[in-house]
Design a protein. Sequence first.
Length: 495
Amino acid sequence: MDKGQKIRLQINDMTTDGSGIGHSEDGLTVFVKGALPGDTVQAEIFRVKKRYALARLLSIDEPSEDRTEGFCSLDSRCGGCPMGRLTYDAQLRLKERHVRDALTRIAGLRDPLIRTALEAESPWRYRNKASMAVSTGGIITRKGGIVENLGEPAVGFYRGKSREVTDCPDCALQTEPVASAAEALREFMRQDHITGYDPRWEKGLMRHMVVRTAFGTGEVMVILVINGKGIPHAAKLVAMLDEAVEEPFSLESVILNINKGKPGEIFGDKTEVLAGRPTINEELGGMRYEISPLSFYQVNPAQMVKLYNKAAEYAALTGGETILDLYCGAGTIGQWLLNELRKRDEEAFAGTKVIGIESQRSAVLDANRNAVINGIVNARYVCGKAESVLPRLMGNSGDTADFAASAPVDEDLRVTKADVVILDPPRAGCDERLLDAVTAAEPSRIVYISCDPATLARDVKYLNGKGYRFIEATPADLFCWTGHVETVCLMSKVK
Ligand SMILES: C[S@@+](CC[C@H](N)C(=O)[O-])C[C@H]1O[C@@H](n2cnc3c(N)ncnc32)[C@H](O)[C@@H]1O
């Protein structure tokens, strides 16, 4: 296969970032941006590697039955919604297939039981968090050090694999306050000549605007991330944001985060309250959660309920268990499980305990507060890396470079044995040191929640080798229109 060669391809799969996948006559895998599973396309090869080739879409000879018109004028130019032109049903089937393929190919399972994906009742305005980048299209420094905008303020999302901001007037996945807060920020920047951050020169003030919306209460938090000490006329901006957020929502918190030196990251280390409260409250399924600006919280609350209920079903608590909630964030899963048990049996609930481990300090504070708010006295939280802290709680020396892991351990935090372990790591999956500690605690069940089928499958394979059997997995669509899929997976100890 050569560069410039034109080929006809049958597309039968799709990557998470929206490239159709087909195979050439000589068996080479070909990726074609914009092609969908089920399409037959003409494409031109522009890069050839040993195992794959990249091709440009020229035309669609026969469109897929699952192809739709799409719903967004930006048509993925913002880097979002790579599945924006697939029917919702086709998205779900594809996500189920990705989970099955990973567990077969990477974990080496034969015919794993994959349940039907938990589908969203509505794939619109489902996200409770928008992380938007801010730009003024480039800035210059005039004589005398005056920094000047070169263009109109843009508040939106990065164009795929670039640092170019696509202005986004409204996003069908985000709540209404997101569009109105973004417009207020644009207007404020125009009126007060505020610069947007330019990553090429590391100059300009406004870097990001993150909007969090609590679906159950309507409370909104706006986090303004800046490259500087403060925002000139900040009170005016707060008033404009407050006016922009309309009922049934209410702006309860405006936070300033200072990020002067972390080019690849949204947040810097310094966070302060600009107006209102330091947290917002969410109410969901009879639980109340307080969420801080930097704490992880599942982005799709309606689907989070289904995900957590599936985790509760897999955990199958009967009372008296010790549960390890690892990578516990604001404590939400473990507390959900306890509350489900409490609904069925108060006595069983009282005899069950949760120990949560989480590396983000603000999330641990949230977890402790959430336990109090929800009347849960049988949950304890430790801050630190799970792979260092758990061995320490189990009496091993752990990683002494991690301060929290080397601190003395309270007696009631000592773990000799666990009954159920919840694992909910970031995309990278679990560290092997953690998986070793988990299996040493000999839980009868491991409930693994994952946002990346590949690392889930890798860890399932590892746990398989340590005496744990894969029982089943259920994909959950928390990220409609994107290529991402959440999976909850049950493993049990081989007797
Ligand atoms: C996918 S989130 C899950 C949070 C929570 N279980 C939930 O459902 O909201 C992963 C969490 O792991 C935390 N984390 C990342 N690396 C960690 C580590 N090595 N040890 C402990 N926590 C970690 C992150 O801060 C984040 O809160």
